[in-house]
Design a protein around this ligand. Structure first.
Ligand code: SR1
Length: 325
């Protein structure tokens, strides 16, 4: 290991071991998040050990114990079920291992929490819904409880319905698994067929939106539906901008940037430097119209046009290279 010039110990020598333990690995968001974490780790000469998620709480616990036994200096926990993580996370902290949580509420003042400002994300999406559909329509809503980002977005949806009596939620469905999009598509097909008056679907996770789009296309109702989501990837941009797509807007960060931020939060703690408890990467509204007009076809092109998609100023330091994308 060569170390990083000008970095404080132990990064001056390089080879600091850090673990990334995910709950979910399938799907564009999680793959890009991991790629961003790997890029930031490489730039810091960190020896990153990646434990792939299998949507399995017991496996995630076991992986955290494995990371502790490997002698890592820090663990980044990416999603998960808080109730099954508390004791193993405490074991890590007791051994002096630094912990960072992304999108899982570990409710510990010693653990920085990374998130994408989910309230603002949902709020931006729903403002766009009203701009394009008014405040009176029949809606479908895709939600699975128990995932911190989805629960936060749900708080905004609940408040939105209270404030807009003309918005009627006719159907609620959703599934999170290693086949989220296709399982959600099956549920969406049944819900949309049973409720032909639904004109708007709020699907605040790109795999959900992909599933609803698939269902709408299969049912031949893509021209009667508008889908609003969270997240973005190159595949999402292609699905949003293709002719006749019902997926009309998304509110997103670059997940690779969020992955990089998570590793920086771990590195700063290992170097003994201050890290805020709440670390936020702010999302941006991307509309079908805007993406088409700018002729953006990939996340790399988006990063060239929208600065927030190439870097975040969250948890930076002079010794940490942070222009990675
Ligand atoms: C199952 S939770 C899925 C969400 O996690 C991340 O916050 C992404 O934004 C995605 O929407």
């Amino acid at each position: 290991a060569a170390g990083v010039n000008g970095a404080p110990a132990p990064f001056d020598k390089g080879g600091v071991k850090v673990a990334l333990v995910s709950y979910i690995s399938a799907g564009d968001f999680f793959q890009a998040y991991q790629a961003g974490a790997e890029a930031q780790a490489k730039a810091l000469d960190i020896d990153l050990r990646v434990f792939p998620g299998r949507q399995d709480a017991a496996a995630q616990r076991e992986q955290i114990l494995q990371a502790i036994n490997l002698g890592v200096s820090a663990i980044v926990i990416d999603h998960g079920l808080p109730e099954s993580l508390g004791d193993v996370v405490q074991q890590a902290l007791d051994k002096g291992i630094k912990v960072v949580a992304f999108d899982v509420n570990l409710n510990n003042p010693r653990i920085p929490q990374v998130e994408q400002s989910d309230h603002e994300l949902a709020d931006l999406a729903l403002k766009q819904v009203v701009k394009e559909n008014g405040d009176s329509f029949k809606a479908g809503y895709v939600y699975v409880a128990g995932f911190a980002p989805l629960d936060r977005r749900n708080e905004v949806w609940d408040a939105f319905k209270k404030q807009n009596a003309g918005v009627v939620e006719k159907a609620r469905f959703g599934n999170v698994s290693d086949t989220t999009a296709t399982s959600t598509a099956d549920q969406a097909k049944a819900a949309l067929a049973a409720n032909p008056d639904i004109s708007v679907v709020f699907a605040p996770y790109d795999e959900f939106a992909r599933g609803v789009k698939l269902a709408a296309t299969d049912l031949g109702i893509a021209d009667k539906l508008k889908i609003y989501s969270a997240d973005v990837s190159t595949a999402d941009i292609q699905e949003i901008t293709e002719p006749g797509s019902p997926w009309v807007a998304t509110v997103a960060t670059n997940p690779a940037v969020v992955g990089a931020v998570s590793i920086r939060a771990a590195a700063l703690q290992v170097a003994g430097q201050e890290v805020p408890h709440q670390i936020t990467v702010k999302p941006t509204l991307l509309t079908q119209e805007g993406l088409r007009a700018a002729n953006v076809q990939t996340i790399e092109e988006l990063a060239k046009k929208v600065p927030a998609f190439s870097a975040s100023d969250a948890v930076t330091a002079s010794w940490i290279p942070d222009k990675l994308f």
